[in-house]
Design a protein around this ligand. Structure first.
Ligand code: FDA
Length: 308
């Protein structure tokens, strides 16, 4: 209920305006976001790269113009040149949201998003790294998977995200667990109807385990994106059972979420990738993070009202 309300608020222009105009909100946002500029992202990535991998996300979604989508492409291409200059190409990939790259534009949105993402993949290849395509709400899943399939014809290492809360996902995992695939499995951050998604936590978790079994016994590179200790243990056990070494899969977490656990996993030599967002369009991303943990909301509301 609370999560649904926050996801609705993530689309409200008035709430966004209030949050963006309140300076005290900034320190709370900074916990989850590297900062507004490419330089901020590079600085945090450089620090993290000492003992972990990174996936950088230039924040933005629901783009309503071709020009805005083009700007997002240029931001990624600038970022990728900077990663190459810093020698971070091997440690840092990029994550993209297709709605920021034109997918939702009327008419040929799918084609525009494919062409834009292709240019980002081209820059990523030149920088010695790769792209993972985020997954948004269920109305976009088919379009996203077909765009990823088209990209993989030229850029074989393009990865994508699947969401365990969707009932279709176990089947998608089976379809996509072939050689060289890179699938990032997460629970799912969008408020989806019961017709397409599991709504109870226990059902989402059970689906996550079924999907993990398919991916770990498949031929691709599973990317286990969760902060849930129980699922992490199960993932590591399934990887062992499937004969995978620590390089044959990776654990992934969001910047700012369970930092002590992240440090411990990295110290223990596990392959851990941190999803690191940056940019000025932080509001919808940040609201989804609030929805995942009520304690975050209390902290945020205190900052809005000036009470710390
Ligand atoms: P769960 O929500 O059950 O959390 C487990 C524990 O982790 C909690 O008990 C708490 O301790 C901690 N925790 C989780 N979230 C927290 C938060 N925000 N703040 C503080 N503590 C928190 N979703 C999507 O729909 N499309 C996508 O493309 C992606 N991409 C993506 C990439 C990566 C690398 C990650 C880690 C996650 C995503 N997600 C996503 C988000 C994902 O779907 C999910 O909403 C969050 O990861 C939270 O779910 P958990 O699996 O962590 O479990």
């Amino acid at each position: 209920m609370l999560r649904s309300a926050l996801i609705t608020a993530s689309r409200s222009a008035n709430c966004r305006d209030l949050a963006e105009r309140t300076p005290l909100v900034r320190p709370v946002v900074d916990r989850f976001v590297a900062g507004p500029t490419t330089g901020d992202a590079i600085a945090v990535a450089r620090e993290l790269a000492a003992d972990r991998l990174i996936s950088l996300d230039h924040l933005g979604e629901d783009t309503h113009s071709r020009a805005q989508a083009g700007q997002a492409v240029e931001s990624y291409r600038t970022l990728l040149r900077r990663l190459a200059d810093e020698g971070l190409g091997e440690r840092a990939e990029v994550s993209v949201k297709l709605s920021a790259l034109g997918q939702a534009l009327p008419g040929d949105g799918g084609k525009i998003a494919l062409a834009n993402t292709w240019r980002i993949c081209e820059a990523a290849a030149a920088a010695g790294t790769m792209v993972t395509v985020d997954m948004e709400d269920h109305t976009t899943t088919d379009s996203t998977l077909s765009i990823v399939q088209a990209l993989r014809a030229d850029f074989r290492d393009t990865g994508t995200v699947l969401q365990a809360h969707l009932k279709r996902t176990e089947g998608d995992c089976a379809d996509l667990a072939g050689p060289n695939s890179r699938i990032r499995l997460c629970k799912g951050a969008y408020d989806e109807p019961a017709s397409v998604a599991y709504r109870a936590k226990s059902d989402v978790d059970a689906s996550y385990v079924r999907c993990l079994k398919v991916l770990m016994s498949g031929q691709g590179h599973p990317m286990v994106a969760t902060h849930d200790s129980r699922l992490l243990e199960i993932a590591m056990r399934l990887a062992d059972q499937a004969g995978r070494s620590r390089d044959d899969y990776e654990l992934q977490m969001l910047y700012g979420v369970r930092p002590a656990l992240q440090a411990e996993l990295a110290r223990n030599g596990l392959r851990l990738r941190v999803y690191l967002p940056y940019g000025t369009e932080w509001y919808p991303y940040f609201m989804r993070r609030l929805g995942e943990r009520p304690a975050n909301l209390t902290f945020f509301l205190r900052s809005l009202t000036g009470r710390r």
